[in-house]
Design a protein around this ligand. Structure first.
Ligand code: CAA
Ligand code: NAD
Length: 297
């Protein structure tokens, strides 16, 4: 089963990174958004990131100026932005990276089931939802896998490849090979809430926010403690801003609905309040901290 042409639906925080690493891996990529402004914003981020990677490669003596420019041009040339989902019809693999809302994801997968060729593989970048449920919605559960990339996709080396009881073995192997071709280290995981990373990471973020809400320590001190005490690159409060408070809340709400007796998934008060106020973290410039562009201020 050969994957050559890849579709990515959603060009936000995660989608733009997936588009980029797939193009860097040599795949032709069709990327679909709902509005031209979102598409333009995602493509601008890709261009900025490609330029950054090229500049670094030159600075480190890994590439000549000419090779670096050719790398940028080649990767950018493989990316085809569109607002028309019909352009996904002949993709070999279509990955959804849209909002963390199961009803919206299921509606999209139903639509993809009608549009895409029969042998196409469907991948989901969901942080927390059931891959099997999405497979059912698509009408072809045997072609469905989880392909969970990490933020920022360009730099994080992991991809979790999630198979359900229905996933065809060939589909799973092709998805794993795709992850490798994108420069990632794939790990396998069953179709469980949060897979490996988020089942450990999200409850840790919840504990950190609850600590803040109780007044046990400041956000700054919680983060410094985990950076200098445990060697984490970012503290848990900054990481929540980085992931997006809306996405974190959606993950927890989905889990609370399905596992109401699990204390590890309890939603911190401040998280709900900040999302209600439109303070979503790095993407809106305000969350637990203030942000300017990609940097905390
Ligand atoms: N493209 C290209 N280059 C990028 C980039 C991008 N998207 N983002 C950052 N860089 C570059 C920066 O420009 C910088 O380059 P210079 O060295 O030339 O200055 C370099 O990468 C390092 O970046 P920073 O200086 O900003 O900071 P850093 O050294 O702390 O590294 C980080 C940034 C890799 C994000 C690091 O802080 C980190 O690993 N943080 C933890 C991230 C994490 O845990 N992610 C998982 C989130 S959970 C998830 O994804 C799952 C889910 O479902 C919610
Ligand atoms: P985001 O809000 O930044 O991007 C979502 C994008 O999808 C938006 O640009 C939106 O316009 C688009 N979209 C929504 N519905 C669409 C549709 N029907 N068709 C086409 N485009 C549509 O969100 P994100 O942080 O990129 O998250 C995307 C997915 O990746 C979620 O499932 C999330 O849980 C998962 N994820 C997020 C992170 C993270 O750190 N934020 C990490 C790993 C996985």
């Amino acid at each position: 089963m050969k994957i050559e042409k890849v579709g990515v639906v959603g060009c936000g925080l995660m989608g733009h990174g997936i588009v980029q690493v797939a193009a860097q891996g040599g795949f032709e990529v069709i990327v679909v958004e709902t509005e031209q402004t979102f598409l333009d914003k995602g493509i601008a981020r890709i261009e900025k990131s490609l330029a950054k990677l090229a500049r670094k490669a030159v600075e480190k003596g890994k590439q000549s100026e000419d090779d670096a420019s050719a790398f940028v041009e080649m990767a950018r040339g493989r990316i085809h932005p569109t607002l028309d989902k019909q352009e996904l019809a002949d993709c070999d693999l279509v990955i959804e990276a849209i909002v963390e809302n199961m009803n919206v994801k299921k509606a999209l997968l139903r639509e993809l089931g009608d549009i895409c060729k029969r042998e196409a593989i469907f991948g989901s970048n969901t942080s927390s939802f059931s891959i099997a449920e999405m497979g059912e919605a698509s009408g072809r559960p045997d072609r469905m896998v989880g392909l969970h990339f990490f933020n920022p996709v360009q730099l994080m080396k992991l991809v979790e490849v999630v198979r359900t009881d229905a996933t065809d073995n060939e589909v799973y192997e092709a998805a794993k090979a795709f992850g490798k071709a994108c420069g990632k280290a794939p790990v396998s995981c069953g179709d469980t809430p949060g897979f490996v990373v988020n089942r450990l990471l999200v409850p840790y973020m919840v504990q950190a926010i609850q600590m803040l809400d109780r007044g046990d320590a400041t956000a700054e001190d919680i983060d410094t403690a985990m950076r200098f005490g445990c060697g984490h690159p970012m503290g848990p409060i900054t990481l929540t801003d980085y992931v997006g408070l809306d996405t974190t809340l959606s993950i927890l709400e989905g889990w609370c609905e399905r596992y109401p007796d699990e204390p590890a998934f309890a939603i911190p008060r401040s998280l709900r309040r900040l999302v209600g106020e439109g303070q979503l973290g790095r993407k809106t410039g305000q969350g637990y901290f203030n942000w300017e562009g990609d940097k905390r201020v």
